[in-house]
Ligand binder design. Structure first.
Ligand code: CMC
Length: 409
């Protein structure tokens, strides 16, 4: 394909190589058509299946949004009730998975999540049946039905993995899921073992709705790469969890709150922001985005939620005050203005969680609890027209060196 024929929107970073230009970090490279989500990075707009996230955040729930993302349309009342009932019945984990979590109880929960997702997949007959059908080139109505069944199981079980890890890491008995509670209320109930506060439920539900999909960030791309090899659905999700963990991606929500705790006082914001502008300085966690060159619309919603939350429950660790002071410096600093760097979703999202008593190591796992629906929806979409991902690298080392036996080196 000629260079001109490749549709590249990038104004971004191109590396030169003897083989041609390298689009560093695949910036703006298109990998497929999608009808799942869309981002207008210049205006700061995000749509799921055509709906603005502000509308969904105000009127919907994670259960409805996850249905929308998975099935492509808002459910009828009957479809919704059936879907919710299936999710609720699928919440618990198999004993082998619980053992895996128990064995990793002292590890960071993202490691446990990767392993537990793989463990659920290893023992799920539906998963093997689907992988075998795909291997034989069959992806018709029957296989698609199976794929959606597995997708729902993944959506249903992710909160349970995270909550069980939280309990076991603290030497507490696990709290079994309850079928009479919503996705978010049940999650908090399994974590803390008591009926959750309605504002906390709303906070988790908002978080889950706003993280449900985001086109193809690193984790979703990873899920595509693994699924494109016809590995299996659970393995693709486990790999996506691994990619999400990094501080440049989903791990930034944990790092942002940890940095606010270390900073401790809003008066230090100016120095912290200044340090981030120096070559080799520490990047500000929760600031900047590959696609948004405007304020992240999700961050706006969390800023408001955090403001209301601390107005009601207080800000004893100054987290909201520090984040506000950093935001002020960032928005007024020429370094960030010239590069069009704004707070992103991870900048504000952890503050209310922290005050709800959710330890910061669980922030990124909760991101995964939400994003799993986006990952599986994208995999199912890609399998409609699958082709293995296999890019190239430009080799710049020597060729045809003569092998020298070890004794002679
Ligand atoms: N602090 C200071 N400088 C920054 C920051 C930051 N947070 N983000 C970007 N820059 C600078 C960067 O050094 C570069 O400067 P220069 O042009 O002088 O070399 C310029 O801005 C462009 O940045 P980039 O690294 O080329 O941008 P990217 O598209 O490759 O990376 C990013 C995007 C999100 C990884 C990056 O902005 C970053 O590391 N932010 C902090 C981590 C973070 O908040 N991640 C969460 C992302 S959003 C939600 C999610 O994915 O989970």
């Amino acid at each position: 394909m000629s260079e001109q024929a490749v549709q590249i929107r990038t104004g971004g970073k191109i590396l030169q190589s003897p083989c041609g230009p390298i689009i560093h970090g695949l910036e703006d490279v298109l990998i497929k058509n999608t009808s799942i989500s869309d981002i207008d990075g210049d205006k700061g707009i995000l749509w799921y299946r055509g709906y603005r996230i502000e509308d969904l955040a105000q009127h919907s729930t994670y259960e409805e949004v996850s249905y929308l993302i998975l099935y492509g349309k808002l459910p009828t009342k009957k479809d919704f009730e059936d879907y919710v009932s299936r999710l609720r019945k699928n919440r618990d984990l198999r004993p082998e998975t619980i053992e895996v979590i128990r064995n990793l109880a002292k590890a960071h929960p993202m490691f446990a999540l990767e392993a537990a997702v793989a463990a659920e997949g290893a023992y799920d007959e539906d998963n093997h049946k689907l992988a075998e059908a795909l291997r034989l080139g069959r992806y018709k109505a029957e296989e698609k039905e199976l794929a959606y069944k597995i997708a729902e199981k993944l959506v249903a079980k992710m909160p349970t993995i995270v909550a069980y890890h939280y309990r076991l890491s603290r030497n507490l008995d696990i709290v079994k899921p309850r079928e009479d509670l919503s996705h978010s209320a049940n999650f908090l109930y399994m974590m803390f073992g008591k009926e959750p506060d309605p504002l906390a439920v709303r906070g988790i539900d908002l978080y889950l709705m706003l993280h449900a999909d985001h086109e193809v960030p690193a984790s979703t791309f990873t899920a595509h790469v693994v699924a494109s090899t016809l590995s299996d659905l659970y393995s693709a999700v486990a790999a996506a969890v691994a990619a999400l963990k990094g501080p440049l991606h989903g791990g930034a929500n944990e790092m942002a709150v940890r940095s606010y705790l270390e900073i401790g006082d809003p008066s230090k914001a100016r120095d912290v922001v200044e340090a981030a502008t120096k070559p080799g300085g520490p990047k500000l966690m929760g600031v900047g985005h590959r696609v948004y060159k405007a304020y992240d619309p999700r961050a706006k919603i969390f800023r408001e939620f955090s403001k209301n939350y601390v107005a009601k429950f207080g800000d004893p660790k100054n987290l909201y005050a520090i984040a506000s002071a950093i935001e002020h410096e960032v928005l007024n600093h020429p370094y960030f203005q010239q590069r069009r760097l704004y707070p992103n979703v991870d900048f504000w999202s952890g503050i209310a969680f922290y005050y709800m008593g959710v330890p910061y190591e669980y922030f990124t796992p909760i991101f995964a609890v939400s994003r799993v629906v986006g990952w599986v929806a994208h995999i199912l979409e890609y399998w409609e027209n699958n082709r293995i991902f296999r890019p190239r690298a430009c080799y710049v080392g020597p060729h045809d060196l003569q092998y020298v036996p070890i004794e002679q080196r």
